[in-house]
Design a protein around this ligand. Structure first.
Ligand SMILES: [Zn+2]
Length: 230
């Protein structure tokens, strides 16, 4: 039984790292037409990568973080993203319809987090899929929100709208809050934002730099943290 569990976890970890790896590819090729199917290549020497160079996590370790052809360093951020991706999906039951929609939700959230990390903004079109999923799967739950749910949801939403109008945070952060609150539940979204804020403040103090930090990567980490604890 334990052996089966281990295979299950390792398979999910591998699937997760593949999803994360592809999320990075989607970011890289956003402006290109052939986003999904074209082969990857080294950005330094332009050599096409073969399948063995593209196995998430394993290829990076095997190649010691360098391109096979030109020995240029491969981004450690890619490796880290694949690692986080592995843990992100480790508990997802891909055979369950409910959890499959959760997998899609967090995949899109991951892509948005990568955009936010790199560009401090993300294409609004990325919100379309999550909001369609909410519309088709959660509308009954949202219509039957209890007073407790509304007390969790409304004040934080008003607070975030106020912060957006004062340009303290971007409107993207507000949309991500609503997305998490409506898909999971308002209480989940509030604790996610609390954990994300603590991580952000800790990073700010640690770095001591007066720069603007993208918030969505922290929200993503906090979401994963909560899903793993559930
Ligand atoms: Zn190269």
């Amino acid at each position: 039984m334990e052996g089966i569990l281990l295979i299950y976890l390792l398979t999910n970890f591998f699937i997760g790292s593949c999803i994360a790896s592809h999320a990075c590819v989607i970011y890289d090729r956003y402006s290109n037409d052939d986003m999904i199917l074209s082969r990857s290549y080294c950005k330094n020497c332009n050599n096409m990568l073969n399948l063995l160079d593209e196995i998430p996590i394993i290829s990076y370790l095997f190649l010691k973080g360098k391109c096979r052809y030109c020995k240029n360093n491969i981004s450690a951020e890619l490796f880290l993203t694949e690692l986080i991706g592995g843990f992100t999906f480790i508990k997802i039951d891909f055979s369950s319809y409910n959890e499959l929609t959760t997998a899609i939700m967090i995949s899109v959230l991951l892509i948005i987090a990568i955009f936010d990390y790199k560009d401090k903004e993300f294409p609004t079109i990325l919100l379309l899929t999550p909001f369609c999923i909410i519309l088709f799967t959660k509308i009954n739950i949202i219509q039957n929100y209890s007073i407790v749910d509304l007390v969790e949801l409304v004040p934080i939403t008003i607070l975030l709208i106020t912060l957006v109008s004062k340009q303290k945070i971007g409107s993207g952060d507000l949309f991500i809050y609503l997305l998490i609150a409506l898909y999971f539940n308002p209480s989940f979204a509030n604790s996610t934002f609390l954990i994300a804020s603590i991580l952000l403040i800790a990073h700010y103090i640690f770095k001591k730099q007066n720069i603007t930090f993208p918030f969505i990567p922290y929200i993503f980490i906090a979401t994963v943290f909560q899903l793993l604890l559930e």
